[in-house]
Design a protein around this ligand. Structure first.
Ligand code: SF4
Length: 219
């Protein structure tokens, strides 16, 4: 049986991931990501070796989800838009009758647009990690490099590039009114109250939530 793009793991279900909706979580490889956020849980805690569900196993899991009354499948990572075989996995979930929410850091707007165009997703949870401004002070750049990349010795263009990509993803989300869309921000201790206010203020046209920060020990 062919291997799916999703990591073989327990499939947690909850009403919390998408508020008020019973959802089940699938993951693309947890270390597959183009950012290295401050104390990222996934990159630091994920095992280096992992197996993927084959499609028979995935079918079984999704049938169980159906019996449990799951209303939404959330595909998270890592960064799922970097998984080469994402489309075939999403198609499989959709064929089993589930709407899909994709969790993304927003750096791959073209891929998100294609998924929306091809009706492979019904919503996106977009993480907006810093205020999306046109210009930053040196102080802000220093803090935001740490939020996004866990280091300060990077070109400023890395932050601006991130911001431009996320803004493009937001434009995509405005073009496709996907019902399970929400924007989220982790309350990193590096973010000031002013940063949070700026984030909240610029995202008024979407449902937006702040999520608590959970520190982890680095490897
Ligand atoms: S985008 Fe997500 S998976 Fe990637 S480094 Fe940041 S927190 Fe970790």
């Amino acid at each position: 049986m062919a291997s799916s793009p999703f990591v073989k793991t327990d499939i947690p279900t909850s009403f919390k991931d998408h508020p008020g909706v019973l959802s089940a979580l699938l993951y693309t490889p947890l270390r597959l990501c183009n950012l290295n956020c401050y104390h990222c849980h996934n990159k630091h805690l994920a095992p280096k070796e992992y197996e993927r569900f084959n499609y028979g196993e995935l079918e079984e899991k999704l049938s169980l989800c159906k019996l449990l009354g799951v209303e939404l499948v959330i595909v998270s990572g890592g960064e799922p838009t970097l998984e080469p075989r994402l489309e075939e996995g999403l198609k499989f979930i959709k064929e089993k009758g589930f709407p899909v929410r994709l969790d993304t850091n927003g750096t791959e707007p073209e891929r998100v647009e294609k998924l929306a165009q091809n009706r492979l997703i019904d919503g996106v949870a977009l993480d907006v990690k810093i205020p999306l401004l046109d210009e930053y002070t040196p102080h802000q750049l220093k803090r935001f490099k740490r939020v996004l990349f866990s280091r300060e010795d990077l070109e400023d263009s890395e932050v601006y590039n991130y911001v431009n990509r996320v803004k493009l993803t937001i434009e995509v989300l405005k073009r496709y009114s996907l019902p399970f869309t929400l924007l989220r921000t982790v309350e990193y201790p590096l973010l000031t109250d002013e940063d949070k206010e700026l984030i909240r203020g610029s995202l008024k046209s979407f449902p937006h939530q702040f999520n608590p920060f959970y520190p982890v020990e680095a490897e």
